[in-house]
Design a protein around this ligand. Structure first.
Ligand code: HCA
Ligand code: CU
Length: 389
């Protein structure tokens, strides 16, 4: 059920603010909130109003925009923070407490009964104000399982809306995530959220496994920005879930907006969208080897699990290289509206391969060869001049 019916908690405006290069002005935060709302994410998570005076004002402003996405803010498990959060007008509050032995020893120094008491006080207060509330344990995968389940059971009993598992340090692997969420699923009745860092490249797989095991909510950020090298990227999760059920994903989200949101945030935080980014990387739909190109021309699904058109993108067949094939060259000739026989195309392809062994060809070089062959009377570059370029 979760794989078709999950919710995204988009945390670019909380976890993403913790990215090294992030500094968002209020106007920029509002633009990000609008873009994500239009994309269709179910929730936006905002930085705690306790973080700074401007953070509080931004929280109030975004909560009052009347967006379709529900607005959450993220606070420590503390009554002062919870009260401040409620006053901002958000729809719900994500509460977090560190439960690992590291955090208990080196950070806050609190024991499990203390954590449970604070959690109950804060959760009951937030619920009494009619808001949605989530309780999450920071560094869940390095916390004692009995401690974790004891805490989650206690907060589930008093009606928390959601419990969260956080792989704060990116240490978990997909099987561990599956096992922990599965165990938790058998212990609590409420929804389950997964928040995973990407230190070892497992953040998307971990989020997917969490959903497979019964989680209902996944945290993401645009391009995965966050502490260190970040968390599950929105685009990567969308790609993963699209392969599970493309119809559901097309229906839930405004997919052609993905590239715009990513480019906007990439610009704000001064990074390039990686060439191999999920869906929007500039080579994500580029096909090169002759065998691939031929099959793609016959049926794109042969080598594509995502349809670029669903994301407002187009595929590209790279023809100007030594791995090219005559089917790809024929398609290029057709694009140029040149009528050439298959025999001609095969001869030109052979010439292209010889030239491509000598230098890195450009598409222009291929086009010159095709045009020259098609109409030898026109004065164009010869094979020798292309090779000498
Ligand atoms: C943080 C830690 C956190 C919280 C995640 C959550 C993490 O920066 O506060 O609330 O689910 O990775 O543990 O982002
Ligand atoms: Cu985090």
């Amino acid at each position: 059920m979760s794989l078709d019916n999950f919710a995204i908690i988009e945390s670019t405006l909380r976890e993403g603010e913790q990215f090294a290069n992030a500094f968002f002005t209020s106007e920029q935060k509002i633009e990000i909130a609008h873009l994500l709302n239009n994309f269709g994410v179910e929730y936006l998570e905002l930085t705690s109003p306790a973080a700074s005076p401007q953070s509080r004002l931004d929280c109030e402003r975004i909560a009052s925009l009347g967006l379709r996405s529900k607005i959450l803010t993220h606070v420590r498990c503390h009554m002062d923070d919870a009260k401040l959060a409620i006053d901002t007008g958000v729809d719900g509050i994500d509460v977090v407490f560190g439960t690992s032995s590291y955090l208990r020893e080196f950070s806050h120094g609190k024991d499990i009964p203390y954590i449970i008491d604070s959690a109950i006080e804060v959760i009951e207060f937030v619920k009494s104000q009619g808001l949605e509330v989530r309780f999450s344990s920071e560094d869940s995968f390095r916390s004692d399982l009995v401690d974790l389940l004891t805490i989650y059971r206690a907060v589930d009993k008093i009606g928390v809306n959601r419990v969260g598992i956080a792989d704060t340090v990116g240490v978990a692997n997909p099987r561990q995530v599956y096992d922990l969420v599965r165990t938790l699923r058998s212990v609590v009745h409420c929804d389950i959220e997964f928040h995973g860092h990407n230190d070892t490249g497992c953040a998307i797989a971990n989020a997917y496994c969490a959903l497979e095991a019964g989680a209902t909510h996944v945290d993401t950020s645009i391009l995965g920005i966050g502490e260190r090298n970040g968390i599950t990227p929105l685009g990567g999760l969308v790609a993963r879930m699209y392969t599970y059920n493309a119809d559901v994903i097309r229906q839930k989200y405004n997919l052609p907006l993905l590239r715009e949101v990513e480019n906007y945030v990439a610009g704000l935080v001064s990074v390039d969208v990686p060439f191999n980014n999920y869906i929007t990387g500039y080579t994500a739909f580029t096909h090169k080897a002759g065998i691939h190109a031929k099959a793609i021309l016959n049926n794109p699904s042969t080598y594509e699990i995502l349809d670029p058109a669903d994301f407002g993108l187009t595929r590209y067949i790279h023809v100007a290289h030594r791995l090219t094939g005559w089917n790809a060259i024929k398609q290029r000739a057709e694009q140029l509206q040149l009528t050439l026989s298959d025999e001609d195309i095969k001869l030109i392809t052979a010439q292209i391969k010889v030239l491509a062994d000598q230098k890195n060809l450009s598409l222009d070089d291929v086009d010159v060869l095709l045009r020259n062959y098609h109409n030898p009377s026109v004065e164009t570059e010869t094979l020798e001049t292309i090779a000498a370029d």
